[in-house]
Design a protein around this ligand. Structure first.
Ligand SMILES: Cc1cc2nc3c(=O)[nH]c(=O)nc-3n(C[C@H](O)[C@H](O)[C@H](O)COP(=O)(O)OP(=O)(O)OC[C@H]3O[C@@H](n4cnc5c(N)ncnc54)[C@H](O)[C@@H]3O)c2cc1C
Length: 400
């Protein structure tokens, strides 16, 4: 059969939607992205990108540009909530490149979006339509019509819902979802590195662990910012949003008794945001005919493996390979894509859920119990079991 180049519509211009657009354009398919925001400017927050995601970004020609803006952390360490006792978790930096071929980067989200959007626009200048909120679609005989909130409609041969955790396209396909509140919420902020003492302003990623709470921080944006995420068991906050604000006093109260290094981050964060963590079971399917989903729209996850955005990047790359493989036949490409991604993303969602209990274990309350617990849970072998299958995945070679 001759190769077709169908027109693919993408709802959502986040990390997953833009990666998918770039990957499809690279392979000669026509794409338009409809993003609700009026500018591609995420609220300041960081994201860790492991080698498996960076391999895809390299193949798409954007890794070098991203590397100049990101941080290549030397390693990861664990610290105990009250004493600050430190354990080395694993080396990253050169070790990631040596072992997996690509670096482990910590990235300021607006930098990542900017690099992806510029690359998409170089391939097709007008591909990204901002201020375009998608509200539904209709599909009929191989054509898909995407409906926008302003009443406009646009037609293509495939639609990808990359519109995040509250996906309208997922709702249109499968009805409202029923998330379960996990009893956990995350504080987020970015702290200017210049406000931190020298012993904290380092190029390492740190996981503070305690009974019922944990804190993650890592450098961003050429080392000018420190990303702060503080996760607490609290059941009075149920809003799942990037933009809901909280106060430093409220955050400090949630980490009462924690080491002053943690409070130093809280005191110096210009603003702090609250995100309730809602759990969703992995979906068994997310494709219907010429419409499919990608990223958080189909495998929303708790952030405790730091792989949600990386999976969205992998999705985008594999999606484009599937269009290529099927000669541009949308329904076969989408079915193949879903098959290629189902088990891996399911395992990631389950692994993230399991990390909640691991990071918050009651044994972490006291130094003696903590030592034993860290030695067993973060032993080299256990770390390898938890992460190796993620980092070694090769988007360019896996069977599709
Ligand atoms: C606290 C926290 C820390 C995290 N840390 C990491 C990490 O270190 N590493 C990692 O890999 N992942 C991490 N994640 C997960 C990661 O943020 C998500 O998995 C990732 O953003 C998913 O990308 P996406 O493109 O699918 O969705 P999103 O990033 O949510 O993008 C969706 C896009 O669609 C747009 N949109 C939504 N609705 C509509 C509509 N109706 N019409 C048009 N556009 C629409 C939105 O404006 C947005 O631009 C973290 C998440 C949280 C909450």
């Amino acid at each position: 059969m001759p190769r077709r180049t169908p027109h693919v519509l993408i709802a959502g211009g986040g990390i997953g939607g833009l990666t998918a657009a770039l990957a499809l354009l690279h392979r000669g398919f026509d794409v338009d992205v409809y993003e609700q925001a009026s500018e591609l400017k995420e609220v300041g927050a960081g994201v860790q990108l492991s080698a498996n995601g960076n391999r895809a970004l390299h193949e798409l020609g954007v890794l070098d540009a991203l590397r100049t803006l990101a941080c290549e952390t030397a390693g990861k360490e664990i610290r105990l909530w009250n004493s600050g006792q430190t354990w080395k978790l694993f080396d990253l930096g050169a070790v990631s490149v040596e072992r997996y071929g690509f670096p482990y980067l910590t990235v300021y989200r607006p930098d990542l979006l900017d690099v992806l959007a510029q690359a998409v626009r170089r391939q097709k200048r007008g591909a990204i339509h901002l201020g375009s909120r998608c509200v539904g679609f209709a599909q009929d005989g191989g054509r898909v019509t995407l409906k926008l909130e302003n009443g406009e409609e646009t037609t293509g041969e495939a639609l990808i819902g990359a519109d995040g955790v509250h996906s309208r396209i997922r709702q249109a396909l499968f009805g409202p979802d029923r998330p379960k509140f996990t009893g956990v919420m995350a504080w987020r902020g970015t702290v200017p590195m210049s406000r931190l003492p020298a012993h904290m302003a380092r190029m390492v990623a740190t996981n503070w662990v305690g009974a019922g709470s944990h804190v993650v921080h890592y450098p961003l944006h050429r080392g000018e910012l420190m990303n702060f995420v503080g996760v607490v068991e609290r059941d009075d906050w149920r809003v799942e949003s990037w933009t809901a604000r909280g106060s430093a006093d409220e955050c400090a109260a949630d980490f009462d008794g924690w080491h002053d290094d943690v409070h130093c981050l809280i005191r110096n964060a210009p603003s702090l945001f609250k995100w309730a963590l809602l759990g969703r079971d992995p979906m068994d399917r997310w494709t219907v005919g010429n419409v499919s989903l990608l990223g958080d729209a189909c495998h929303p996850t708790l952030p405790f493996l730091a792989q949600g955005a990386v999976m969205a990047i992998e999705d985008g790359y594999i999606l484009a390979r599937c269009f290529d493989r099927t000669g541009g036949e949308p329904a076969s490409a989408l079915a193949r894509y879903e098959n290629a991604r189902r088990e891996r993303t399911r395992r990631m969602v389950i692994g993230s859920n399991e990390n909640t209990a691991r990071f918050h274990n009651p044994k972490l309350a006291e130094p003696a119990g903590a030592q034993e617990y860290v030695d067993s849970e973060w032993s080299e072998e256990r770390i390898r079991n938890r992460y190796e299958w993620l980092f070694t995945y090769d988007v360019t070679k896996v069977e599709i």
